[in-house]
Ligand binder design. Structure first.
Ligand code: ZN
Length: 389
């Protein structure tokens, strides 16, 4: 396996949807999905009723509904506050106390079309996160992009096009993973940060839990934080710093990531309205399947998130700002039928916001990766960037 992307292992033995089932769902117009893609799960009969009650839609008080008291804006206000509370943002802020984030910036290296700087931020006491800063040449201000990565110990390097071998470079480029480089070439300031719990890790000593991201997530929960909340916090502190830079145009701020980085993107854009366009790749799906199966890595767990109805409603908190979810047809981590249902739910919320055209879902033809040809036209349209790249 490549050293750049470690896919999250999941249980096997799920019911398989199969090519015929997928084709039937899409009216026969959609080509095949892998036969072993995650499908609707089957649980033993003695627990199906329990799970159904556990995720009872009627209990989801912050899920969007057209008759929410006070209307759409009241729903967003209440649901966003509920989300930040469940992410533990108040506890994370309290733990930071009077800490003032400090950013160190290295000398810019000339990369031809852009410059590359090795940087770091003390985003919280005792937390020094490396990040790469890429800038176009010439005179700004430029739109800003922040690109949290997924489950890879060197994800921020891949994002920034910093490779240790020709092999990893060719693999990353074949899957469009150097998104910060793409952004800089398109005329944006780009930040490729290390993600807490994934590349900045608390080691899982003695393999107590199985992966460092999971053990960190459990440590966070015991402190009243969440791993996702800490990741959102880190991205917000980077935004604080970046927006204060004179060469950044803060009217246009993109967050984009694949897999776990897409999850950070979804939660960041929902929480922080400075993000103007969010592009989660191979991550958007329900939080749990209709049967109650958890579709994401445990490090993405947010206690009480189903009070909001899960990810489709979290995505709806980005409205009326731009939101594009991309999934790969051959990505085995998610079931296409459930993704389509989640996308329809997010689009319904955008319709209620009055800006249905700002929410889209697109299928890439391959697997668990970026799809630059699907993403950048949407981003450029939202930024009204010149189409030079
Ligand atoms: Zn994880």
């Amino acid at each position: 396996m490549s050293n750049d992307e470690i896919r999250v292992s999941r249980r096997s033995g799920l019911k398989r949807m199969g090519v015929a089932g997928a084709a039937a769902f899409f009216g026969g117009a959609t080509p095949s999905f892998p036969a072993d893609q995650r499908g609707p799960d089957e649980y033993p009969p003695e627990v199906t009723g329990y799970l159904k009650r556990l995720f009872e839609p009627g209990q989801q008080r912050f899920a969007f509904r057209p008759d929410y008291p006070g209307g759409f804006q009241a729903w967003q206000r209440d649901a966003r506050a509920a989300l930040r509370l469940r992410l533990g943002m108040d506890r994370i802020a309290a733990a930071a106390g009077k800490h003032r984030p400090v950013v160190e910036t290295g000398e810019p290296a000339d990369m031809g079309e852009y410059t590359l700087q090795q940087c770091a931020i003390m985003s919280a006491p005792e937390v020094r996160l490396p990040f790469w800063l890429l800038k176009p040449k010439g005179k700004g201000p430029w739109p800003l992009g922040i690109f949290p990565h997924g489950h890879s110990a060197t994800g921020h390097n891949t994002t920034a096009g910093v490779f240790t071998s020709e092999r990893s470079k060719q693999w990353a480029l074949s899957e469009d993973r150097d998104v910060a480089v793409q952004a800089a070439k398109a005329g944006m300031v780009a930040i490729a940060p290390a993600v807490r719990g994934i590349s900045w890790i608390v080691p899982d000593l003695r393999k107590r839990v199985g992966t460092s991201c999971r053990s960190h997530a459990m440590q966070c929960v015991m402190a009243g934080h969440t791993a996702m909340g800490e990741r959102v916090w880190d991205m917000e502190r980077l935004l604080d710093w970046a927006i204060a830079q004179p060469d950044v145009d803060s009217r246009h701020i993109l967050s984009m990531g694949n897999s776990g980085g897409g999850m950070v993107t979804i939660f960041l854009a929902a929480s922080d309205q400075r993000i103007t366009v969010a592009v989660p790749s191979c991550s958007f799906a329900p939080s749990v399947s209709p049967a109650g199966y958890i579709l994401h890595c445990p490090c993405n767990t947010v206690p009480g998130i189903m009070d909001l109805g899960g990810l489709p409603n979290v995505a709806g908190l980005t409205a009326p700002r731009y939101f594009l979810a991309v999934n790969g047809r051959k990505d085995k981590l998610y079931n296409p039928e459930e993704i389509e249902a989640a996308a329809a739910a997010a689009k319904a919320i955008y319709r209620a916001s009055g800006h249905a055209e700002r929410c889209d879902h697109r299928w890439g033809s391959e697997g668990h990766r970026f799809y630059k040809d699907l993403m950048w036209p949407f981003i450029k349209e939202s930024f009204a960037l010149p189409s030079k790249a």
